[in-house]
Design a protein around this ligand. Structure first.
Ligand code: ZN
Length: 131
């Protein structure tokens, strides 16, 4: 699976979009969602933020350097472990999704974490097709 940054929304220099700012995301509550447009067909790609709670860390992607470059992330190595964060320091996750209309497969990148005691932020860093 290769990230194809020519199809999608490569990161922009204005920084990540904050898509959740409040209490910790609770799987028992209706999930906030982010709804980017499919860059291929224009359809809606709803992403329930609750999926962040069980998503794959960006550091676990087979080619973490490509993830860092594609989404404008930061990486730090602590001994054997790699930590990848968004530009404001939230842990970055990747969510796989496919468009319900054109079936193109995408990876969306989001950040999530505690920002202040008991205040949680989620950021949306864009999505790209995978080939
Ligand atoms: Zn589509």
């Amino acid at each position: 699976m290769v990230l194809d940054a020519s199809i999608g929304e490569p990161w922009n220099r204005t920084g990540p979009r904050v898509v959740h700012d409040g209490f910790e995301i609770d799987p028992a509550e209706p999930s906030p969602t982010v709804e980017p447009a499919c860059p291929v067909c224009g359809g809606t790609l709803p992403i329930a933020l609750v999926k962040l709670l069980r998503s794959g860390s960006a550091a676990a992607w087979p080619e973490p350097d490509a993830v860092v470059t594609t989404f404008g992330l930061r990486s730090k190595r602590f001994g054997d472990s790699l930590v990848i964060t968004d530009p404001i320091g939230l842990e970055a996750s990747l969510l796989s999704l496919s468009c319900g209309s054109c079936t193109t497969e995408f990876v969306a990148c989001l950040g999530y974490g505690e920002w202040q005691p008991a205040r949680y932020l989620a950021t949306y860093l864009g999505l790209v097709a995978i080939t």
